[in-house]
Design a protein around this ligand. Structure first.
Ligand code: KIV
Length: 267
């Protein structure tokens, strides 16, 4: 299969043993580049709070911001299957608010599905969204919207109680109707156990090679960030260095009068 066209393709790819590739995307420019790649799914992650807006975490991100970024991603990659994160406090207060906010994201941006973080406590919200024809991707393990209650970004599920809780949560949200589950920063063994025990695909980030697919934040994988790089990130390019070098060359050429050359000028 070339790329995911609709929600049914997720289970088909799991059954066929085909891995699912997912990357985050936040704007039109990147979406139009990614639309010409083999990537299966674009995720408009609330990680945009960190990588686009420069916040310390994802908590300040709003529904309006997710709608805006989803709209411009959809415009750049209308053929791709696009999932949008429901931001912090857009689905936790009540099932009614979850419905209203997910409905806004779907109606106003034209994406294909939403993603929300959490297990059993959000089972009723997930069921209500699915009943209303809004496809939902789940997200378990290190759920970044809970960073304050976790006390940091730590691997989840090393201790037996938490391990069992995440495993049960995966089965519960599967029963609630999610079409896939992101597993973030859990031990590889736990991710393999979950992957074997649910019928929907698992999409790992820091969860080892046993998941049905993988997701990375695009700015991380393209080497656009400075500072700390999580262990689970592989850098496939060094765009930050390339951009700095290109801009420095341009600036030097402007100052030295070497740009623009005659071919860049009009008669
Ligand atoms: O917001 C995000 O980018 C995510 C991925 C890291 C899974 O949720």
């Amino acid at each position: 299969m070339n790329s995911i066209k609709n929600i049914n393709d997720f289970k088909k790819m799991k059954s066929a043993g085909e891995k699912i590739s997912v990357v985050t995307c936040y704007d039109y420019a990147f979406a139009s580049i990614l639309s010409r790649t083999e990537i299966d799914v674009l995720l408009v992650g609330d990680s945009l709070g960190n990588v686009v807006a420069g916040f310390q975490n994802t908590l300040p991100v709003t529904v309006d911001q997710m709608v805006y970024h989803s709209t411009i991603v959809q415009r750049g990659a209308p053929e791709k299957f696009i999932v949008t994160d429901m931001p912090f406090m857009s689905y936790q207060v009540s099932v009614e608010e979850a419905l209203r906010n997910a409905g806004r994201i779907m109606k106003e941006s034209g994406v294909n599905a939403v993603k929300l973080e959490g297990g059993r406590h959000f089972a009723s919200a997930i069921s209500a969204l699915v009943r209303s024809s809004i496809p939902v991707m789940g997200h378990l393990g290190l759920t970044p919207q809970s960073v304050q209650s976790f006390g940091g970004y730590h691997v989840q599920g090393r201790e037996e109680v938490r391990r069992r809780e995440i495993l049960e949560d995966a089965r519960i949200i599967e029963d609630s109707g999610v079409f896939a589950i992101v597993l973030e920063m859990v031990p590889e063994g736990l991710a393999r156990e979950i992957t074997a025990s649910v019928s929907v695909p698992t999409i790992g980030i820091g969860a080892g090679a046993g998941c049905d697919g993988q997701v990375l934040v695009i700015n991380d994988m393209l080497g656009m960030n400075t500072g700390f790089t999580p262990r689970f990130v592989k850098k496939y390019a060094s765009l930050r260095n390339d951009i700095e070098a290109a801009v420095n060359t341009y600036s030097a050429e402007v100052k030295e009068g070497r740009f623009p050359a005659p071919e860049h000028s009009f008669e």
